[in-house]
Design a protein. Structure first.
Ligand code: NAD
Ligand code: TYD
Length: 334
């Protein structure tokens, strides 16, 4: 099997490539990544020279490049490439439209032209918007509230449209919040861990009672692997960890694990249109594909904290670079 993995130098993409190398060493992988601020070749250092793995620096919205890559005879596209941070989409939505919407359409067109066997769109539970009680199923209404989630919804629905209109073999997955190694420190969990290790305040948006469902990144990768092999074409699969936590609960637990004082918690101005709760019903993937998460919340949190403790140079080099300017801009007015 020959895979085109896009956005493979990011958090989930790099974990996915590592998972596939371990589980299916005979599968060939081409990783197409633009190396934005979130893409980091350090994430794949152990894999970069392995036979059967190729890296291409480029943009998924670049028609010519995508056409060239797909003309080499690839079987499957797994599209992780995206602008992925809600707060950045509030500051400037343009790159979200360029990559998440236009880029996905370019990949779908390429897949159509070259007769790709499977197109896996890595979507998100954020397409459903917020839910106060109960769980979203794959049939629930899509009501995105941020420019990020709106752009992901557009991409998600383009996959549906290409399946319906052109019989393109697309499958969509909608996963909840991931945690694990190599997550960029703008996201809540690595932000809390690394700020705490630096004895810096930990910013909590609003009242801190927003709820997210957390899944270990390795479990997400196993789910994607199952969907590639056994998922129904045109199908949508929710993926969740079953670990709902308020942000405050999660942050308190992290500070405890790190032996840091709870006084580092600092309440700051809320994010506009901040979704209160995400929760998805995973009956379909568990019954149809036999997948379920292997990591408990405690195990996932411990593994994640451990990784950041052991990989200080990885996050320190990110936090001291260009990212420092973003952080300053994002949090100075809050
Ligand atoms: P990330 O920001 O860590 O990585 C994104 C990667 O895409 C980076 O390597 C970046 O360089 C690359 N990229 C960005 N624009 C590109 C372009 N135009 N062309 C090629 N490459 C480009 O994101 P992540 O957290 O790993 O998320 C990966 C995917 O999973 C995204 O599509 C995201 O919407 C989805 N998702 C994430 C979560 C989560 O909790 N992180 C949950 C559900 C779904
Ligand atoms: P985030 O990691 O940005 O993921 P998402 O918004 O896509 O779920 O944020 C997770 C939750 O943590 C969300 O409710 C916003 C909140 N949050 C904070 O309270 N402080 C922070 O500094 C960040 C980055 C997020």
């Amino acid at each position: 099997m020959k895979l085109l993995v896009t956005g493979g130098a990011g958090f989930i993409g790099s974990n996915f490539i590592r998972h596939i190398r371990q589980e299916h060493p005979d599968w060939e992988i081409t990783n197409l990544d633009k190396l934005t601020y979130a893409g980091n070749l350090e994430n794949l250092k152990d894999i970069q020279d392995q036979p059967g793995y190729h890296f291409v620096k480029g943009d998924i919205a670049d028609r010519k490049l995508v056409d060239k890559l797909l003309s080499q005879g690839l079987d499957v596209i797994v599209n992780f490439a995206a602008e992925s941070h809600v707060d950045r989409s509030i500051l400037d939505a343009s790159p979200f439209i360029e990559t998440n919407v236009k880029g996905t359409q370019v990949l779908l067109e390429g897949a159509k032209k070259h007769g790709i066997q499977r197109f896996l769109q890595v979507s998100t539970d954020e397409v459903y918007g917020s839910i106060n009680s109960g769980h979203f199923t794959e049939e629930s209404l899509l009501s995105p509230n941020s420019p990020y989630s709106a752009s992901k919804t557009a991409a998600d629905l383009l996959c549906r449209a290409y399946f319906k209109t052109h019989h393109l073999p697309a499958i969509v997955t909608r996963c909840t919040n991931n945690l694990g190694p190599y997550q960029f420190p703008e996201k809540l969990i690595p932000l809390v861990i690394t700020n705490a290790l630096e004895n810096k305040p930990v910013p909590v948006y609003g009242d801190g009672l927003n709820i997210r469902d957390w899944i270990f990144v390795g479990d997400h990768c196993r789910a994607l692997d199952a969907v590639i092999q056994k998922g129904q074409l045109g199908g949508i699969y929710n993926i969740g960890g079953g670990n709902e936590k308020t942000n405050l609960e999660l942050i308190r637990k992290l500070l405890e694990l790190l032996n840091k004082p709870q006084s580092l918690i600092q309440f700051v101005t809320d994010r506009p249109a901040h979704d209160r709760r995400y929760a998805v019903d995973c009956t379909r993937i568990t019954t149809e594909l036999g997948w379920k998460p292997a990591y408990s919340f405690e195990k996932a949190l411990n593994a994640t904290v451990d990784w950041y403790l052991k990989n200080e140079s990885w996050w320190r080099s990110i936090k001291s670079g260009e990212y420092a300017k973003y952080y300053e801009r994002m949090y100075s007015h809050r």
